[in-house]
Design a protein around this ligand. Structure first.
Ligand code: C5P
Length: 285
């Protein structure tokens, strides 16, 4: 049997830092939203677990979260099965779009089906959280709130479709560096709140202290007509919010003064139902 699935990217519509944790992580209150930008994965039965990636810039060895996901699942389920996994990479890496985390979540779901394992959603979310703070979100998709390290997921109802102009500069922002820069600045922990976090990203000043270009990119999106512009995750991706597709396309054509080689994408938000349909591993036709 060969299974195929799409792995979606996300943006953070809000990211509030609530404080530092004893484990070195930070307590977050974040709202994730799925966007229509995807990697593609194929899973085939095989004697060993092997990964082929079409992008030579992406590691295909044990550093890759796809292989770490396969190994974590084998260990948790106590099986010694193999799979030949192919990853078509379209989501830029190191950009705060969650591509690697999404690939890992789809790998968990794909291998549960390929190996016919009896691992329920809660256990899968637990395995996902060991792989990275963003991974559990990609088992739910759509719009969701993440608390704790960002790994405690509460699904939110779909919002009306939104269009984004996504700017992906030719450099990444390593997440640990951004959190270190945040810790070096003045402490400004936001107290917990029952309501959804305000639409802001507390990592912006830290990321922009490392990469001042990011602040200029946000300003360029507002000048091009965006209703709001924000950093996604720890960057380096910056996005602008637009009410509909024509407005987003006009904005994308108008935006200027970006770092050389910045990629510009116009993408829509993705409902939970569409996420489920396209990310659920299915037999290749
Ligand atoms: O979980 P993940 O491997 O994606 O996190 C990468 C790094 O980002 C962590 O090692 C930590 O430095 C930082 N981080 C954090 N607080 C979070 C999530 C990530 O400090 N909630």
């Amino acid at each position: 049997m060969t299974l195929v699935a799409e792995a979606f990217a996300k943006v953070n519509r809000a990211l509030v830092v609530r404080g530092r944790r004893p484990d070195g992580y930070h307590d977050l209150d974040t709202v994730f939203e799925t966007i229509d930008l995807t990697d593609r994965l194929r899973f085939e039965e095989s004697s060993d677990v092997v990964l082929a990636v079409d992008d030579p810039a992406i590691p295909s060895g044990t550093d890759n979260l796809v292989l770490r996901a396969a190994e974590a699942l084998r260990r948790a389920a106590g099986v010694a099965r193999g799979a030949s996994i192919t990853l078509e990479k379209r989501i830029p890496a190191g950009g705060g779009l969650g591509g690697g985390s999404s690939d890992a979540a789809v790998t968990l779901a794909g291998l549960v089906r390929l190996w016919d394992l009896d691992v329920g959603p809660e256990r899968l979310a637990g395995i996902a959280a060991t792989l990275g703070a963003d991974v559990p979100f990609f088992l739910t998709g759509g719009r969701a709130r993440g608390t704790g390290r960002g790994d405690r997921i509460e699904p939110l109802p779909d919002a009306p479709p939104t269009w984004f102009v996504v700017l992906i500069p030719p450099f990444g922002c390593p997440t640990p560096d951004v959190f270190r820069a945040l810790d070096a600045g003045p402490a400004q922990d936001a107290p917990a709140d029952a309501g959804l976090p305000p639409e802001r990203n507390d990592l912006e000043p830290a990321a922009e202290s490392l990469r001042p270009e990011l602040g200029r990119m946000r300003a360029a999106l507002l000048e091009a007509g965006a209703l709001a512009s924000r950093l996604s995750g720890s960057g380096s991706t910056v996005y602008g919010v637009f009410p509909d597709r024509p407005a987003a396309e006009r904005g994308a054509a108008r935006v200027h003064g970006l770092p050389e080689f910045t990629r510009i994408r116009v993408v829509s938000s993705v409902s939970r139902e569409e996420f489920r349909k396209r990310s659920e591993p299915r037999p290749e036709t």
